[in-house]
Design a protein around this ligand. Structure first.
Ligand SMILES: [Zn+2]
Length: 473
C-alpha cells in the first residue's frame, strides 16, 4: 500500500522504524538481555506481564500432557514474544525515539573504551566515576554486563543506568551540577513450581520442555536417582517424572531453578521417589519413609573400567605363585579418576610396599576400603574427611603391578570381603524428631505431585493409579 501523501509517508516511515525497534527488542529478549529493565517506559508493567505470561506458558507446558509437546513449547515461546512490544498508541503519544542506548560489555573492554566508542569525552567518564555507585559497579567490568546511556546529542551524557550489584539498579542523572543517583532494589522472589512430563525421545528433551533447566535435570540423574536408575540404559519412552523445585526470579527473569525439593521417576513399572531434607547441615535425598536414597557404598569406585581380576585364590601375575587375591582389580587407563566408595575419614595415604601409592578410607562401623597402585593422589591429607564419589586418586601402576589398574579391597572388622558381593550396611534412616520434621516437610510436595499426576494421567488412564506402590490389590 504505497501512498504519495507526505503525511502518510511520514507515518509509514515511523511505523517502519517502530518495527525495527520491535525487532531489536525481540532479539535482545531472545538473547536474554534485559533491555526493558533499562527502559523506564516499559519496566514495571512489562516485567509483570513477562512473569505472568512466562508462568502461563510454563503451566501450559507442564499441566496439559495431551497438548502435543512441541506445540506446547512453541506456545511458550510465542507467549513471551509480544511482551517486549509496547502498545503502539503509547509510543505514538510519547516521544518516539529513545535517546537511551544499552550496550553490553565485551571481553577485555574497558570503561574508557566504551566512552570512546560512544564519543563521550574522558572528562565525562571521570565525572561519572566520582559517584560511588558507579565506582562500585565499574570496578570489575565483566563481559556481558549491560550499561545504558542517555545521550540526547553527540558528546552529551544525561543519564546512566546500570546494576550496582545483583540486587540493586542505579540510575545516575548527570544533567544538574551534582550527579543524582536513584537506587532501586531489584526484586528477587522464590516460588515453588512443578514440572511433569512423559519421556518421548530423551529425558533431557522432555524435562527441558517441561521447564526444567539442565542443572535441575542433573540433580535427578546424578544425585537423587543415581543409585537406583541407570539413566544411560534404563530410561525408555513412556517413563514419567514429576519434579517439585524452587524457582528464583529477578524482575521476570528466572535466575535459578536448581533446588529440587522432591521428585518421582517412573520407569519399568516402578516409581522411585526422592525428597530433599537437610541432615546435620548436609542436603540429602530420602524416600517417603525417610530412608536415604544414597547407598553407604558405591559398588565400583571407578567408572568405565573392566573387571580384570576377581576376588579369591589365583596365581599372582608378578610373583607367579598361588595367592589369595584379597580384592578386585579394575583395568583402566593411567589417570582414570578413583572415587571414594563411601563417606569416610582418610586413614592412610602414602606408599605401601607391593601396593605402591595407596589410600585407605575408614567409613566407620568397622568398614574400611583400600585403593592401590595409584599414579597420584587426590587433593586431601590423611585424617581429613572425604565424601562418597570424591576423587581420591588416579589409576596407575605403582608397586607390584603388571599394568595400569586399580586394586580395590573392602574390609569389615579387618576381614577381607568381596566388594562385588558383600552385603553393604544400609545407611542410617531418619528417626524421631528428624523423621517428624521430614514428614511435615514432605507432605506438601507429595500433595503437589499427586495433584499433578491426577491432572496429567487421570483422563488418559482412568483405571491406573499413578503410584504403583499405592495400588490396592
Ligand atoms: Zn589386585
Amino acid at each position: 500500500m504505497t501512498n504519495r501523501n507526505p503525511d502518510s509517508l511520514r507515518k509509514q516511515r515511523f511505523k517502519a522504524r517502530l518495527s525495527v525497534q520491535h525487532e531489536n527488542s525481540l532479539h535482545s529478549r531472545l538473547r536474554q538481555h534485559l533491555p526493558a529493565a533499562f527502559n523506564e517506559r516499559w519496566t514495571r508493567r512489562h516485567w509483570i506481564h513477562a512473569g505472568l505470561f512466562a508462568s502461563i506458558g510454563l503451566m501450559v507446558a507442564t499441566i496439559i500432557p495431551g497438548f502435543s509437546q512441541p506445540v506446547a513449547a512453541a506456545g511458550y515461546t510465542q507467549a513471551s514474544l509480544p511482551l517486549e512490544l509496547p502498545a503502539l498508541e503509547q509510543i505514538q503519544s510519547d516521544q518516539p525515539a529513545s535517546t537511551w542506548h544499552t550496550l553490553q560489555v565485551s571481553a577485555g573492554q574497558t570503561l574508557g573504551a566504551i566512552f570512546n566508542e560512544l564519543q563521550l569525552p574522558a572528562s565525562v567518564m571521570h565525572r561519572v566515576l566520582e559517584n560511588e555507585h558507579a565506582r562500585t559497579a565499574f570496578a570489575r567490568l565483566r563481559p556481558g554486563t549491560e550499561i545504558s546511556f542517555n545521550i540526547p546529542a553527540q558528546g552529551q551524557l544525561h543519564g546512566l543506568r546500570f546494576n550496582r550489584d545483583p540486587g540493586h539498579r542505579v540510575e545516575l542523572d548527570l544533567q544538574g551540577e551534582e550527579i543524582t543517583a536513584t537506587v532501586t532494589a531489584r526484586e528477587i522472589t522464590t516460588r515453588t513450581a512443578v514440572a511433569s512430563g512423559e519421556i518421548r525421545h530423551s529425558l533431557y528433551a522432555s524435562a527441558s520442555r517441561a521447564g526444567l533447566p539442565a542443572n535441575a535435570i542433573a540433580v535427578l540423574t546424578d544425585e537423587i536417582f543415581k543409585y537406583d536408575i541407570d539413566f544411560s540404559k534404563d530410561v525408555q519412552p513412556g517413563d514419567r517424572f514429576n519434579v517439585v523445585y524452587d524457582e528464583t526470579w529477578r524482575e521476570g527473569e528466572r535466575i535459578d531453578a536448581s533446588k529440587v525439593l522432591a521428585a518421582t521417576f517412573t520407569t519399568g513399572g516402578k516409581t522411585y521417589t526422592g525428597f530433599r531434607f537437610e541432615r546435620n547441615g548436609k542436603t540429602e535425598y530420602f524416600d517417603a519413609e525417610g530412608r536415604p536414597l544414597k547407598k553407604s557404598f558405591i559398588r565400583s569406585p571407578i567408572q568405565f573400567a573392566r573387571l580384570s581380576s576377581n576376588f579369591g585364590a589365583r596365581r599372582h601375575p608378578v610373583l607367579g605363585r598361588m595367592r589369595m587375591h584379597k580384592g578386585v582389580d579394575y583395568a583402566a587407563r593411567t589417570g582414570t579418576p578413583i572415587m571414594a566408595a563411601g563417606d569416610a575419614r582418610v586413614q592412610f595415604a602414602g606408599v605401601q610396599r607391593g601396593y605402591g601409592n595407596t589410600v585407605i578410607l575408614d567409613h566407620g562401623r568397622g568398614h574400611t576400603t583400600l585403593y592401590a597402585h595409584m599414579s597420584r593422589f587426590g587433593k586431601f591429607r590423611a585424617g581429613q574427611r572425604v565424601s562418597q564419589g570424591e576423587i581420591i586418586g588416579y589409576v596407575g601402576s605403582t608397586g607390584l603391578s603388571t599394568g595400569p589398574h586399580l586394586h580395590y579391597e573392602f574390609r569389615v572388622n579387618g576381614q577381607h570381603r568381596n566388594p562385588l558381593s558383600v552385603t553393604m550396611p544400609p545407611p542410617e534412616p531418619l528417626r524421631g524428631a528428624e523423621l517428624a520434621a521430614f514428614q511435615a516437610q514432605v507432605a506438601p510436595a507429595m500433595a503437589r505431585i499427586r495433584g499433578m499426576e491426577q491432572v496429567m494421567y487421570a483422563q488418559a488412564q482412568p483405571q491406573a493409579t499413578a503410584r504403583s506402590t499405592r495400588t490396592p490389590g
